[in-house]
Ligand binder design. Structure first.
Ligand SMILES: [Zn+2]
Length: 180
């Protein structure tokens, strides 16, 4: 995660409210003088995440990337069916699923946990969610569409390994290289 400078201004006048504003690359926090340290830490963490996600959304044009991936991996018939009328963004509030496709609202929400992962993993999740515009379930037809992306199996293995590692082997997180 890119780091940003933090400046905390304590105020005697403030009673309860904490507020945050970004100026250049500095997050300026205004807080009551007697604020609970844990509460303030959590607030800063959450605000930093939101900032990080909005920066990433600005940097990566996910809609453009989605259309590019569709053009590369989906047939014209599938592309025409999905169309151009959808919205796709990273969000910081999605902690248990990597992607959610809302067919009715024409939106795809990607979890910010994807941001540091290699592009070909995010591309897989985008393709997976785009295919849900056609097939809501993981049907045979759904996988026929998704499998046009050549790295589906690798991406699944990568993510399964990642989930397994994070939940079972926290000590691996400090490993820098693997001698494979
Ligand atoms: Zn799915």
């Amino acid at each position: 995660m890119t780091d940003i400078k933090i400046e905390i201004k304590y105020s005697k006048r403030r009673k309860k409210t904490v507020s945050a504003v970004f100026r250049n690359d500095t997050l300026i926090i205004s807080a009551p003088q007697n604020i609970n340290k844990q509460f303030l830490d959590d607030f800063i963490k959450k605000t930093k995440r939101k900032y990080f996600v909005s920066m990433e959304n600005k940097k990566t044009n996910l809609k453009e990337l989605s259309l590019k991936l569709m053009k590369k991996y989906f047939s014209k018939a599938i592309r025409d069916k999905i169309g151009n009328d959808f919205d796709i963004t990273f969000v910081s509030t999605q902690k248990t699923v990597l992607g959610v496709c809302n067919y009715a609202n024409r939106t795809i929400r990607l979890s910010d946990v994807l941001i540091p992962l290699p592009n070909w993993i995010t591309n897989y999740v985008i393709i997976h969610e785009l295919a849900h515009f056609i097939e809501p379930n993981h049907s045979k037809r759904f996988w026929e569409i998704v499998n046009n992306y050549p790295y589906v199996d690798q991406a699944k293995s990568f993510l399964q390994g990642l989930f397994f590692g994070v939940s079972h082997y926290k000590e691996f997180l400090s490993f820098k290289t693997f001698d494979l």
